[in-house]
Design a protein around this ligand. Sequence first.
Ligand SMILES: Cc1cc2nc3c(=O)[nH]c(=O)nc-3n(C[C@H](O)[C@H](O)[C@H](O)COP(=O)(O)O)c2cc1C
Length: 196
Amino acid sequence: MTPRILVFAGSNRSGAYSGRTAEAATRELAMQGAEVTRISLADYPLPIMDEDLEEEKGIPENAVKLARLFAAHDALLICTPEYNGSMPPLLKNTIDWVSRVSKDAGKPLKPYPGRVVGICSSSAGHFAGIRSANHLRAVLSHIGMEVIAPQVSVPNGGDAFDEDGEFRDERLRKGMARLCSTLMQHARLLSTRVEP
Ligand SMILES: Cc1cc2nc3c(=O)[nH]c(=O)nc-3n(C[C@H](O)[C@H](O)[C@H](O)COP(=O)(O)O)c2cc1C
């Protein structure tokens, strides 16, 4: 079975290191035979989570669209930046809104429980966003996702990529290959994919 993997980054910044990491992951997954969907959260803008807003206007359509997309894939790969030792609000806000979706046109829709997910992190500094990745891992586990152990954390984002967008450091290239093969293996074994 060809695993379907959804890849996105937790930053909409042009030239974002997390976006470049997501691009490197997309290429590696495709090379290993996955069917990859690469999305940008810029295409799914959401207001800041507010339960009053949710009660007044309901769950925003973009959160429902993302929940459908998550459910239609065997696994996700999330590339997070690090803001003040944690994940940025764009990513947490997206996770939070999507967690409010439990139905689609009256039918149950479970975007998270049991779904396989891999994590990459990156930052401008030496610590490679590792604290953000740890927080993200805890949040994704809390919402019932199957978070795989291999992880790619990219330090010094400004120097990490060559002109083709590949990692300069061979250890990162090998780490990404391992992360992608493990993600695909788990996606095949644990798929809870729902056809849209
Ligand atoms: C509000 C804010 C907080 C940040 N905090 C951290 C931090 O805790 N650790 C870190 O390594 N870099 C931190 N940075 C620098 C980011 O690593 C850098 O801006 C990076 O390019 C953001 O990710 P992106 O390239 O994917 O957009 C911070 C940046 C911002 C804007």
